[in-house]
Design a protein around this ligand. Structure first.
Ligand SMILES: [Zn+2]
Length: 270
């Protein structure tokens, strides 16, 4: 379902999902405004990036510290993976606090994180790619994943929900929220992507719109469908509806700026 997320500029630009908030999840999706990064990374940037030069690592750590403190935690509590558009989901706990930020990263690509322990701040990132936060408030399990087109094709959001259930969550109690990302208003894709998706499942044609002699991919609808097929209740899947490409004032976008841009993050903790 579409849901108007609540945007605040204070103490930094961020969005909150009313559904996740109602379920009791401490969470946020960051926007550009705030933070200490400068230049092309200006604002609230959460990755060193592939630009030349990359953002200063100390700025990236400081931005995480600012977001973590807002949620009552510290940079040392953040668990952050090296994302590779994989569909690998990792179960983490207190022992993994600091991973990928103040401690070395996991030695493999991980694009989904789940946790049933308190005091661990899960973080995933995107600058057009979909970020999904998940929470089961009854069984106290949270999850987060990065779902670009590859992850969406490989159903990483569903795999994250399954991984949550393996540590105590129940599908009927999981609430999911879809963050700012490239939407079908702007996300023009090539014919080969259509072929890749429909080869995986002919039904995937429903996620593409043909207009103005172009093809547009509706990633958010595909993520919602994946979660529903996995057994989540449709009314528990909240799509914030914000397009990262449409809003240069508010969001970083890879499609708009290439590698010379910052990266947004989504955070959740128990
Ligand atoms: Zn748009």
């Amino acid at each position: 379902m579409k849901e108007q997320f609540i945007y605040s500029q204070k103490p930094f630009g961020h969005l909150v999902s009313p559904s996740l908030k109602k379920a009791g999840a401490a969470h946020l999706f960051t926007a550009k405004e705030g933070g200490v990064s400068t230049g092309v990374y200006s604002g609230f940037n959460f990755a060193a990036g592939s630009g030349n030069p990359p953002d200063k690592w100390e700025n990236v750590v400081e931005n995480h510290r600012i977001a973590a403190e807002y949620l009552g935690l510290s940079a040392e509590d953040v668990c952050r993976s090296y994302q590779t558009h994989s569909s690998t989901v990792k179960t983490v706990g207190k022992a993994h606090r600091g991973t990928g930020l103040t401690k070395p990263p996991f030695d493999m690509g991980v694009d989904g994180l789940v946790c049933a322990e308190e005091g661990v701040l899960l973080s995933v990132r995107g600058a057009d790619c979909v970020t999904v936060l998940l929470y089961d408030g009854k069984n106290r399990v949270c999850g987060a994943c990065h779902s670009g087109w590859r992850g969406t094709l490989d159903k990483i959001a569903a795999k994250t929900a399954e991984a949550m259930c393996a540590i105590g969550a129940e599908k009927r109690h999981i609430v999911a929220a879809i963050g700012p990302s490239a939407r079908s208003c702007c996300y023009n894709v090539g014919e080969e992507l259509y072929e890749t998706f429909t080869a995986a499942d002919p039904q995937n044609h429903r996620f593409f719109e043909k207009r103005d002699n172009g093809l547009y991919l509706d990633l958010q609808n595909a993520v919602c469908a994946t979660l529903e097929e996995a057994g989540l209740m449709p009314q528990n899947i909240a799509d914030g509806g914000e397009c990262s490409i449409c809003r240069p004032d508010r969001y970083f976008s890879h499609r708009r700026s290439g590698v010379m841009r910052g990266t947004m993050a989504a955070f959740i903790t128990l």
